[in-house]
Write a protein of this length. Structure first.
Length: 599
């Protein structure tokens, strides 16, 4: 907004600043350090000097008394509108004067989509002088997606965390997203390279026969949700053999039955930390964070603060993706319960209805900012505003919502999620992930390639759980899904980030973060990433088999040739994939898929 607008009713206005006031200009000066009128120009002693304009729109003018170096206090109670604007440069004072008596009290959002592109409009609720047009600051992502009747002015102002803003004139903002992603359930190329399929199937079998309960009943809905989704992804690729060329009907059946069984406690809300409905803020919250008197642990940080509305789209995204896959593969399985349960979790995060009696509209999504916020209620205040750490986990929620729309044939939900994903991709590269040509960040910050934790008032190149490089970058790479691999994480960024920040440290990492980094590397160099992913530790939200599968579906994947192949199998037993092992002295070995190893 170009102005801060306040409506006073019988109150005495007081204006305080941290900087010393060095001058005040007004229509009259009735006494020492007294200023009267309907417009005031105030200058501070900061560097460079800031200038602010105060406009008085009530029936009476205002008289202000300067008290000390930092206070301006009105001489009597006042009723009416007061507006304050920062003056970026002297030549823009006339523009601010001309538009000072029209302002917005809210806005109405209207969106439409044809499946490949979408348009959304903010119809501002404008009051004040009907002869004037609303003056508002737009962020860079607005400027780059505006369509329709918007007049850009030459007035600019630096935002706190989103780069340079541009003042625009218009009572209706119309914005376009012309490239909606066509990624749905599987990678755009769902077929892994032929020579990898036997190994992938063997690795899938190991993952399918692992202990699901240990991975999905952790007492924490976030980490348990990660486990559920990773096993659901295996069930998906096994039960779509025509698309993936991964044929094993028995294993496919087992994978689906096991994920249903693991998911059942959540569907019945019988997991260790069940969900409760909060009648105050109207939302779904984890029980553990509640006060003891309400059955919780009394720890507000339990479940990463989920009880206080932190990270709802992160936690529930994993559950929504899992539910969507199950419903997609078996639409009849507990359908009424599953639909009601899943859509309740979606409504809690992303309710599109303004007057829903049970849930707040768009709790985590911000249409003006163009992305989600993870921060909820801050018990000790939030001096830096709301924040978001993990972009991909927000993507995971909207991708899951899109999948749920596909599974239930809900076109409105599909279009909404697709639009939100497109806007997220746009703002991610404007504000969160920094290509070398980013124009919204200082050059020294761009070298980091990420902002880290993104607040409304600052950015912090760190995480909430540590400052290691693999933490800061890894949290921006998980969960690796088709939505992330084939849409959000563009190759140019992955390559810049790898070359400038990760290539020197990734080979030394021995923790499960290694699996995250190498799977991300597979997006630009799958042939080198594949052998790493065969043995490296993987994240608890990642299976080795899906990592190999996704890597082998990359369009430029090629098996690396071996410099020399020798047999360490004295019995000449059948080797990996059903092929005979190499024998010392043989110069070339051509497998039946025409791939040649050795020389």
């Amino acid at each position: 907004m170009a102005y801060v607008t306040g409506n006073y009713v019988g109150l005495t206005p007081q204006f305080y600043t941290q900087h010393a006031i060095i001058s005040v200009h007004s229509e009259s000066t009735p006494g020492a350090d007294m200023y009267s009128g309907r417009k005031f120009k105030i200058m501070f002693n900061d560097n460079p000097t800031s200038t602010y304009l105060i406009y008085v729109l009530g029936e009476k003018p205002l008289t202000l008394q300067k008290v000390g170096m930092n206070n301006l206090i009105a001489s009597e109670p006042y009723s009416g509108i007061i507006r304050i604007a920062k003056l970026p440069s002297p030549e823009h004072e006339t523009l601010l004067d001309n538009q000072h008596d029209v302002w917005a009290t809210g806005g109405e959002l209207v969106a439409s989509s044809d499946g490949s592109s979408a348009t959304y409009s903010i119809k501002w609720k404008v009051v004040g002088n009907p002869q004037r047009t609303l003056l508002t600051y737009a962020y860079p992502h607005h400027i780059n997606s505006f369509a329709g009747d918007i007049q850009k002015t030459g007035m600019h102002l630096e935002s706190s965390t989103k780069g340079m803003m541009t003042a625009v004139l218009g009572d209706v903002w119309t914005l376009n997203e012309n490239h909606l992603s066509n990624v749905t359930w599987l990678p755009l190329n769902p077929i892994p390279e032929a020579s990898t399929r036997n190994e992938i199937m063997r690795t899938i079998e190991l993952d399918i026969h692992s202990n699901y309960a240990a991975e999905t009943q952790k007492g924490d809905n976030y980490f348990s949700g990660k486990g559920l989704q990773k096993f659901a992804m295996l069930a998906l690729i096994l039960n779509k053999p025509k698309e993936t060329f991964l044929h094993n009907p028995e294993l496919a059946k087992i994978s689906l039955e096991k994920i249903k069984a693991a998911f059942t406690p959540y569907l019945e809300n019988k997991q260790e930390d069940p969900y409760k409905y909060d009648v105050v803020y109207k939302g779904i919250v984890a029980k553990d964070g509640l006060p003891r008197i309400m059955g919780g642990t009394g720890n507000p940080d339990a479940e990463f603060g989920h009880t206080y509305y932190n990270d709802h789209h992160y936690h529930q995204g994993y559950l929504v993706v899992t539910a969507a896959i199950i419903h997609h593969l078996d639409p009849k399985w507990r359908a009424p319960e599953l639909v009601r349960w899943t859509e309740t979790l979606i409504r809690d995060v992303n309710c599109p209805v303004e007057d829903d009696p049970y849930f707040a509209p768009f709790r985590n999504w911000d249409w003006f900012a163009g992305h989600s916020w993870a921060g909820g209620i801050k018990n000790n205040g939030a001096l830096d505003g709301r924040d978001q750490e993990s972009v991909p986990e927000s993507v995971n929620f909207y991708w899951g919502t899109k999948l749920w729309g596909l599974a239930t044939k809900n076109s409105a939900m599909i279009h909404l999620a697709a639009l939100q994903l497109a806007i997220t991709k746009r703002t991610t590269y404007e504000y969160f992930w920094l290509l070398d040509n980013n124009r919204n960040r200082p050059a020294e910050m761009i070298k980091n390639k990420l902002v880290g934790i993104f607040f409304e008032q600052k950015t912090d190149y760190t995480t909430y759980f540590g400052r290691y490089l693999e933490f800061i970058h890894g949290i921006q790479q998980l969960p690796m899904t088709p939505a992330l691999a084939d849409d959000i994480r563009i190759p140019a960024f992955v390559e810049e980030e790898w070359n400038q920040r990760l290539s020197a440290v990734a080979p030394q990492i021995e923790s499960p973060w290694a699996g995250v980094l190498w799977l991300n590397y597979a997006l630009i160099n799958p042939s080198d990433a594949y052998p790493r992913l065969r043995t490296t530790e993987v994240d608890d939200g990642q299976t080795r088999s899906y990592s190999l599968y996704l890597t082998a579906t990359r369009p430029d994947f090629r098996r690396r040739p071996l410099s020399r192949v020798h047999s360490k199998n004295p019995k000449n037993e059948t080797a990996v994939g059903g092929y005979k092992p190499a024998i010392r002295g043989v110069r070339h070995i051509s497998f039946k898929d025409a791939v040649t190893f050795g020389s």
